[in-house]
Design a protein around this ligand. Structure first.
Ligand code: NAD
Ligand code: 2HG
Length: 530
């Protein structure tokens, strides 16, 4: 029987045609995504669901979707899809990472012009017959400083346009290397400096725990008087109440807002402020971008449903059916090693070397490398996947190399990740035993053997008596249950590490408590998707 796909958001007709051409039955019901109950009632009939941002793919919806195999997002952001829930149910989630980047960058640039010359207000006033020539005194963009927060696909396109407009561009992005910034003709700065120097600030990060509320009252206080702020990325990056206050006081001279804390935004205090230009999440809305993303999502979903081929999946590696049983645990291992380094590293990464030792060297190391790089980039680039990770690393000027070598130690095979940042080198190695469970076997050159858990404490300390007791007491005092405790040290009395597998995530206050123990150098909470 032919697979059946539901398109529940507005998508270009190209998508429907492609599904049909590829032998996939398709129901195009572009308003269904807005009606949660109706969607819930019919979703069990479909193998695929093609969406934009209106359809919310919740755990409940996935639970009701008995046949669902793939969700295809015609666009970039997947914050409307519960990916862990989809993964748990074996539903592949795909997006189209580059199809609307130019269009969205152009929207941000359009916002910048609109703010610089007060275009919407001038339009309203002129059409009202007021001819207020003296009221609208704009500012030039030439020679002004644009601060870009998040310089990935879209941010770097905005940068290139702004450079063409003869603006000075400063960018903050932990994954932007100084070399890449130089290549683009922009300056890499830290966030406080960007706030201090920018006349215009534009946001192009995903919405993550680290970026939520990145523009709040405290951030605005550091900015120039009269700064103009643009958000064509995600609502939630700006604390809207704080922005409203700053607009009212005149500290912020204008704001271009395409995305809102709550969408659809039918009302907002921002709407009452004359210097705010709002659009209803139109960043990706051009004929070209919608054509690109519709075509791409329909091709990808059809390929998966008809041939089992996977591309641009956020929760599944691209692996053939034959290699899957052997490779899958090592793909997870590689991703975990990457996630370990990604979570403990704050500097821009310059080099990643992946060593495949023993029997691992004979596997599909490309998939393993992609998984390691995806794991490494994930704490910052939420939507990275195994397909996009190598390209994203390249765009960020990160050099990747692979080393394959014969068995060199007691393990039949293992994977080691050596990462160089601008300031330091890091190394972590792991393997899978017959039980297919990933284990850390070496961190910073220190041997240990630690099964990987969802929540782990990574502690570095001096090798002195009493550390285990002190750590255990601090965790007990804070009612943190220890599932497993692993230790290692480089030499007697030297540097030591502890990897502690805990049942629940640990609060920052507990980490502070641990850090206050004499002899502890650092304590971090790490999370892994298992
Ligand atoms: N308005 C729209 O219609 C529309 C359309 C497309 C994309 N988007 C949104 O635009 C955003 C950017 O998309 P993209 O394709 O450029 O993504 P991307 O992943 O290519 O780039 C995001 C960049 O943000 C950086 N970053 C992550 N955390 C950061 C932090 N704390 N501080 C500074 N930088 C940080 C990452 O290193 C990365 O380079 C996403 O939120 C996406 O959902 C909106
Ligand atoms: O589908 C849209 O209109 C918005 C898409 C955009 O938010 C994205 O993340 O790609």
């Amino acid at each position: 029987m032919a697979p059946r796909v539901l398109v529940s958001d507005q998508l270009s007709p190209t998508a429907v045609q492609i599904f049909k051409d590829r032998g996939v039955e398709v129901d195009y019901l572009p308003d269904l995504g807005k009606d949660k109950d109706e969607l819930l009632a019919v979703i069990d009939k479909y193998d695929g669901l093609a969406i934009r941002s209106a359809t919310k793919v919740t755990e409940k919806l996935i639970g009701a979707a008995a046949k669902l195999k793939v969700v295809g997002r015609a666009g970039i952001g997947v914050d409307n899809v519960d990916i862990p829930a989809a993964s748990r149910r074996g539903v592949v989630v795909m997006n189209t990472p580059f199809g609307n980047s130019i269009t969205t960058a152009e929207h941000a640039v359009a916002m910048m012009f609109a703010l610089a010359r007060d275009l919407p207000a001038a339009d309203r006033s002129t059409k009202a017959g007021k001819w207020e020539k003296n009221r609208f005194l704009g500012v030039e963009l030439t020679a002004k400083t644009l601060g870009i927060v998040g310089c990935g696909n879209i941010g770097s396109i905005v940068a290139s346009r702004a450079v063409g407009l003869r603006m000075k561009v400063v960018a903050f992005d932990p994954f932007l290397s100084a070399e890449r910034a130089l290549e683009m003709g922009i300056e890499k700065v830290e966030l406080p400096e960007l706030f201090r120097r920018a006349d215009f600030i534009t946001l192009h990060t995903p919405l993550t725990d680290r970026t939520r509320g990145i523009i709040d009252a405290a951030a605005i206080a550091q900015m120039k008087d009269g700064v103009r702020i643009i958000n064509c990325a995600r609502g939630g990056l700006i604390v809207e109440a704080d922005l409203v206050e700053a607009l009212k006081s005149g500290k912020v001279a204008g704001a271009g807002i395409d995305v809102f804390e709550t969408e659809p935004a039918k009302e907002s205090p921002l709407f009452d402020i004359e210097t705010v230009v709002c659009t209803p999440h139109l960043g990706a809305s051009t004929e070209e971008a919608q054509e690109n993303v519709a075509l791409q999502v329909a091709e990808q979903m059809s390929d998966y449903l008809v041939h089992g081929a996977v591309s641009n999946a956020l929760n599944m590696p691209s692996i053939t059916a034959e290699e899957a049983p052997i490779l899958t645990p090592f793909v997870k291992l590689a991703e975990i090693l990457g996630a370990f380094v990604g979570q403990v590293t704050e500097d821009p990464i310059k080099e990643i070397e992946i060593v495949f030792d023993g029997n691992v060297a004979a596997m599909n190391t490309r998939a393993l490398t992609s998984a390691a790089v995806a794991g490494l980039l994930k704490p910052l680039v939420q939507t990275v996947n195994m397909v996009s990770a190598p390209l994203m690393a390249k765009e960020r000027g990160i050099r990747i190399s692979e080393v394959r070598r014969d068995k060199s130690g007691i393990f039949d095979g293992y994977v080691m990740l050596n990462v160089k940042t601008e300031r330091m080198a890091r190394s972590v190695a792991g393997t899978c035993f017959a039980d297919r469970k990933p284990r850390f076997i070496q961190i910073k050159g220190i041997n240990l053997e630690a099964e990987v858990g969802r929540h782990m404490l990574y502690i570095t300390n001096r090798d002195v008596p009493g550390m285990i007791g002190a750590i255990g007491t601090a965790l007990g005092r804070n009612r943190v249950n220890i599932a497993n405790f692993h230790l290692g040290r480089d030499r007697e009395g030297g540097d030591a590490i502890a990897i502690i597998y805990v049942d629940e995530p640990v609060a920052e206050a507990v980490l502070q408590d641990l850090r206050s123990i004499d002899g502890i150098v650092q304590a971090k909470l790490l999370s892994f998707e298992l």
